[in-house]
Design a protein around this ligand. Sequence first.
Ligand code: UDX
Ligand code: ADP
Length: 479
Amino acid sequence: MVIKKVCCIGAGYVGGPTCTVIAYKCPEVTVTVVDLSQERIDQWNSEDFNLPIYEPSLVEVVKECRGRNLFFSTDIDTAIQEADLIFISVNTPTKTFGLGKGRAPDLKYIENASRRIAKIADTDKIVVEKSTVPVRAAESIQRILQANNKPGCSFEVLSNPEFLAEGTAIRDLLNPDRVLIGGDETPRGRRAMEDLACVYENWIPRKKIILTNTWSSELSKLAGNAFLAQRISSINAMSAICEATGADVAEVAHAVGTDSRIGPKFLQASLGFGGSCFQKDVLNLVYLCEALNLPEVAAYWHQVIAMNDLQRRRFANKIISSLFNTVTDKKIAILGFAFKKDTGDTRESSSIYLCKFLMEEGAHLNIYDPQVVPQQILSELKYPSICDDPKKVDRLVTIFKSPYEAIKDTHAFVICTEWDEFVTLDYQTIYNSMLKPAFAFDGRRVLDHDNMQQIGFHIETVGKRRNMKGLNGYTPVTP
Ligand code: UDX
Ligand code: ADP
């Protein structure tokens, strides 16, 4: 079958950019992205291109294709009916209650989407799981579809996980390291995989398109994210040793990363990784191992998360101990709330946890982020597991539109997200506007620490013990 019409269920961080690029690169394919949320679809369709997600270059690509062969709609049924191929790109958050709480992914959105396809479709469809799912989820989708099969209509389920990273989504989609397609090892399964591969071949060399069995494809996505998260936890574990010994984690990362077997990427120590994928997918893997009665394997992977939790806690403790062991009623500016630069996404951002720890100590927080809207920051902090009293958040948190305003009259500022603009701020002016001694905490290692110290700041960072000499006579209190 030549794929002419594609439907994508879910217009979020994965479905939106992925299908936009497919439409861009395959002008002869009609792509319709559908969602239950009218608000989200209205934003994708907005005249001023005020899209629901911030992603560099996304607007330009949407402008090129929207209304030509790219459409956003809430008419899910029509899009399903007309499509040759349907991507399922719905959310799969970690369960917050019931069996597998805190570990297993909640598959209710996947199941609902599958049931909708089963009910509506009356011609052959290739159904593709794009969302990250547990191994053997395709089997559940296939069973739901088969149990509701209409005469003369058959479904082939494929796994085609997405490897894009937020902030670089368009670049990653245009030039991926690989495209992974998993399917049934039957002639029909093979044909469906080839049909999907043909879509990607419009812009991706065939040698980058890997075909595997369904379970390998599903597991590879979890494994990929687990390996990446593990690298960050490994370098963060080293950062703790560096802080205790006088080694510098950047030098260690460079020395280790020049070994071509290890490589230099994903060795940036930080206040902990965030994002919607790493924690969720590692926990998903842990749950899978537990279910398979592999407790040692589960414990091995769980340590990646434990290390990340520790890193966030260690960084908060460093702030508190530097500020003379108390932050109660002190003012601290938080620079950056997104989980990384170039995105407005705050899911599992380490900023949230840092704010939680500091609010528990009664600190007043002035928060600034260039992309995250105030409502989003407040709703993350008012989540019951972060702060059980929303009034406390209202009392302790103020959101600012400028970093200078956020830092003015504070005891300290903390860089939580590595936004480029934080590197070039006028730190002399900032220093002059702060209470003294003025403290700077660089959770991303983006500042020139010697220069900051010269200005007069007491600067602390991750993975490097700062020289305690030359602090304008200030002697830190040891806990
Ligand atoms: C990740 C994977 O990279 C991507 O392949 C997958 O499809 C989805 O999950 P994403 O979460 O969007 O992508 O961003 P990523 O760049 O991987 O960063 C995740 C977190 O790790 C961020 O908080 C980032 O700041 C942090 N990080 C990354 C580090 O702390 N150090 C590093 O060296 C790299
Ligand atoms: P991701 O980061 O995985 O893309 P998002 O939460 O950004 O996750 O997007 C998932 C989208 O899927 C949401 O906009 C949500 O409204 C949509 N969605 C969930 N279930 C369905 C469904 N059954 N039909 C259509 N859209 C759905």
